[in-house]
Design a protein around this ligand. Structure first.
Ligand code: ATP
Ligand code: MG
Length: 454
């Protein structure tokens, strides 16, 4: 059946039987299967839906499983003891199995998304038919065709109402319905297009991508807290570098991280290298199952702007410490109007930045003090990313890397009593390369944060 020949709004279903698709129950979480079977046994329709079906068909391992059903939230609650209802207007059921949560949503109707348009209240009661709908209505409310496939627990078939199977084959992200209308309803769908295309290695259908240029600014109206969540999914889910490149290619980066886009548009190659390396390192850490902190990555993304502003303040005669603080407050403040980065992260970001000038103070007491700073490790990793900025930055990184490997007595001995420029301190053989002496620097460690970073 050709999906193009039928209307998306009154979709005809294409049913792909169990032996003609690749989804195996082995790859579905036990918790999700239990939810599906219990709903089915109670006489309800029960489907796995959304990203999980998409990822299973692509051979991936979904990180979460969503279920769609014709049971109402109260009926779902009646079936599971480990169930809580969330949301006010559109209630969802969360069935909890230890750390795993299966989200169970009742089929949604086609009412308007915004406002209370589909909320018909009769004698104080919500007439639920205006909220709940049929599976067909539920399908066309979803964002992309590849996200609107349903795996039916009744016969293990996949139900495709909008041509999602075709798009999976074509490896294309394509919106359901008219792109402009769908982005106006919810501008975050633009970010989702870019993110999912990056994650899946898909292209974005030209009609789906066309409104980015004219409607991208609507992202300015999206809730900053939601954009923070979305930014985590973009950059801290294992495909951050790809997401970043995709956002740039789509012209959407500037609506999410205006300062980053601005700094990169100035053609700063070292900054680009820093950002891309930072993202690549984060992806690698995630692939190895190591922990990552959003603070580090946001510090990376905003570094160019903070550094340039700090230098600007210094040039205007501000004390270095104050200049860095002002720059940090300003840049973080601007960023948080778009993306609500929680205070605990912005605090760490500011620390990482503030510690950068201190790496240039190779002075006995200061070296040890810096090394025992709780944020030393993150700040040092950040310093390493700055190797592209200058030879001096690379040398500093090497010096500090080596210094950390020395027993404290040896490091103390190498540092002597006073301040030594990094290339002369040479903590031990094999330390920072002893470069030809340039101008002799004043012993560092006098003023507060005297060099001002890069
Ligand atoms: P992933 O979990 O891999 O990031 P996903 O597609 O599962 O991708 P979720 O945010 O978990 O994304 O959403 C689950 C499903 O809900 C989607 O597959 C889609 O069908 C629907 N959905 C999510 N966000 C929207 C939206 N903004 N508009 C319409 N439908 C949406
Ligand atoms: Mg999901």
């Amino acid at each position: 059946m050709n999906p193009e020949t039928r209307s998306e709004l009154s979709p005809a279903v294409r049913i792909i039987p169990r032996d003609q698709h690749s989804i195996s129950r082995k790859n579905i979480s036990k918790a999700a299967l239990r939810v599906l079977y219990r709903l089915h046994d109670a006489g309800f329709a029960a489907y796995l839906v959304g990203g999980a079906v998409r990822d299973l068909l692509l051979g991936g391992h979904p990180k979460d499983f969503d279920v769609a059903t014709n049971a109402t939230p109260d009926e779902v609650k009646g079936l599971f003891r480990n169930c809580r209802l969330i949301g006010r207007r559109f209630r969802l059921a969360h069935v909890v199995f230890g750390p795993e949560i299966i989200e169970v949503a009742t089929f949604r109707g086609t009412g308007e998304d915004n406002g209370e348009g589909d909320r018909h209240i009769v004698e104080g009661r919500i007439v639920r038919d205006n909220i709940w709908g049929t599976i067909e209505e539920d399908a066309v409310r979803r964002d992309f065709r590849v996200n609107a496939l349903y795996y039916d627990i009744a016969d293990f078939s996949v139900r495709d109402y909008v041509g999602g199977m075709q798009d999976l084959e074509d490896r294309t992200m394509r919106l359901i319905g008219d792109p402009e209308t769908r982005y106006r309803e919810d501008p975050v769908r633009m970010l989702r297009a870019a993110r999912l295309a990056a994650k899946l290695g898909f292209t974005i259908d030209p009609e789906t991508a066309a409104p980015f240029a004219t409607l991208g600014h609507l992202l300015g109206e999206a809730a900053p807290a939601r954009l923070f969540d979305e930014s985590l999914k973009l950059f801290l889910a294992g495909h951050g570098l790809k997401s970043f490149k995709m956002l740039e290619a789509c012209g959407l980066l500037r609506f999410l991280f205006p300062a980053t886009a601005r700094a990169l548009e100035r053609g700063d190659h070292a900054l680009r290298a820093l950002v891309e390396q930072g993202l690549a390192n984060t992806d690698a850490r995630i692939a190895e199952g190591k922990s990552v902190t959003p603070a580090f990555l946001y510090a990376v993304l905003l570094w160019g702007e903070v550094r340039d502003q700090a230098h600007g303040w210094i040039a205007q005669g501000y004390d270095a410490n104050e200049a860095w603080q002002r720059a940090a407050v300003h840049v973080v403040g601007e960023q948080c109007q778009r993306v609500a980065i929680p205070r605990r992260f912005t605090f760490t970001m500011e620390e990482i930045w503030a510690l950068q000038p201190r790496f240039e103070q190779i002075h006995r007491k200061r070296v040890f003090r810096l090394m025992s700073h709780p944020r030393f490790r993150a700040a040092f990793d950040f310093l390493l990313l700055r190797a592209h900025e200058s030879v001096r930055m690379r040398e500093l990184g090497e010096w500090w890397a080596h210094a950390q490997q020395l027993p404290p007595e040896m490091l103390a001995a190498a540092l002597g009593g006073g301040g030594v420029p990094p290339h002369e301190a040479a903590p031990a053989a094999g330390g920072a390369p002893a470069r030809k002496r340039r101008r002799r620097r004043k012993p560092a460690g006098r003023g507060k944060g005297d060099s001002g970073g890069a």
